[in-house]
Write a protein that binds this ligand. Structure first.
Ligand SMILES: Cc1ncc(COP(=O)(O)O)c(C=O)c1O
Length: 346
């Protein structure tokens, strides 16, 4: 029998529900949410709106659907959406915004995931018979492909002020915005104040099994609710999963601090291995990117070697490997991961 232990650093989406979540799932009052009858969902939406400092919230099955609904609600087909060139909406959402929302992406180069107001200003379309209109600006915070970095609040403020002047809505893909608030040690409203809409995931660092939330004005959420129905995301007795979301919002601080600390410990340990480089200053939250180009390995091959030893991670490209910490990873797992990488490269 194979008893090899598995250390799963692929993503914070791999967590299983906590005991408390399972208990609440069993007890949750349920109803048909398409009729607005599910008390558990209603409570989750009310609490989320309050937490995020917005008028309304909508429970959606996934982050991808939440982002797509936001783009559909803010734009009209034929418009252009400004976003950072390595953001999730552009790279990893199957071009849904092009195919379903009928908009064109305008990717611009960022620095550590942040696109600056001056660059956005240059990308906003002028009035011209040949041009599409700029319909939306999107930011991603924390920024996944930049290694879980947190966007500077001051830069976000500048972008939001520009968006207001130009009368262009601003959406944040905040899949891990609560991780960002933990890192900055601020109320999450300090971040969400610089956006018209925000999507965040319950099923990542917050450890719930399923679901994401979309927040914005009452009118935006009304529109979003109908768009969710159109996309087939109108769920019925969905309090079953919303119950876990409520526990996630209540309990996440217990493990999120540790996730961030574990990512720092892992970064430190990996950095001591010959040929592996992690920029420690950029390990803000629960994601890190290890540059392995000086080991002589290609990241895809190294990831295969790691998985043979039970260490699961995702390659970002030929030279970068992404590690993600989460509730299922403890200090010993971090030490084991460092040991496995060391052994392979010895
Ligand atoms: C930054 C970011 N946005 C959106 C998503 C999409 O979330 P989901 O997997 O729930 O569709 C992810 C998923 O990893 C993500 O990392």
């Amino acid at each position: 029998m194979n008893t090899q232990q598995i250390f799963d650093f692929r993503s914070d989406t791999v967590t299983h529900p906590t005991e408390e979540m399972l208990k609440e799932i069993v007890k949750a009052p349920l109803g048909d949410d398409v009729y607005g009858d599910d008390e558990t969902v209603n409570l989750l939406e009310a609490k989320t709106a309050e937490l995020m400092g917005k008028e309304g919230a909508l429970f959606v099955p996934s982050g991808t659907m939440g982002n797509l609904i936001a783009v559909l609600a803010h734009t009209t087909p034929g418009q252009e959406v400004i976003l950072e060139e390595s953001c999730h909406i552009y790279l990893y959402e199957v071009a849904g915004i092009a195919r379903i929302a009928g908009v064109q992406a305008k990717p611009i180069k960022g620095k550590d995931g942040m696109i600056l107001a001056k660059d956005i200003e240059g990308a906003i379309r002028q009035e011209n018979i040949h041009f599409p209109e700029t319909g939306l600006i999107c930011l991603e915070n924390t920024h996944n492909m930049a290694g879980g970095v947190v966007l500077p609040l001051e830069e976000m403020r500048k972008v939001y002020e520009l968006a207001k002047i130009k009368e262009i809505p601003l959406h944040i893909d905040g899949a891990r915005i609560i991780n960002a608030a933990h890192h900055l040690k601020v109320d999450v409203k300090e971040i969400t104040q610089y956006a018209d809409s925000v999507m965040f995931c319950l099923s990542k660092g917050l450890s719930a099994p399923i679901g994401s939330m979309l927040v914005g004005t009452k009118d935006f959420i009304k529109k979003a609710r109908k768009l969710r129905k159109m996309l087939g995301g109108g769920m019925r007795q969905v309090g079953i999963i919303a119950a876990a979301g409520l526990v996630a919002l209540r309990d996440h601080s217990q493990w999120m601090e540790e996730d961030h600390l574990n990512a720092k410990k892992l970064a430190f340990g990996l950095n001591l291995i010959d040929g592996v480089r992690v920029n420690l200053d950029k390990v803000h939250t629960n994601i890190l990117m290890a540059d392995i180009s000086e080991t002589g390995f290609n990241a895809y091959d190294l990831v295969n070697r790691m998985s043979e030893k039970g260490l699961l991670v995702n390659p970002r490209n030929e030279r970068l490997i992404r590690f993600v910490t989460h509730r299922g990873i403890n200090n010993r797992d971090v030490e084991a991961a460092i040991k496995i990488v060391k052994e392979i490269l010895a």
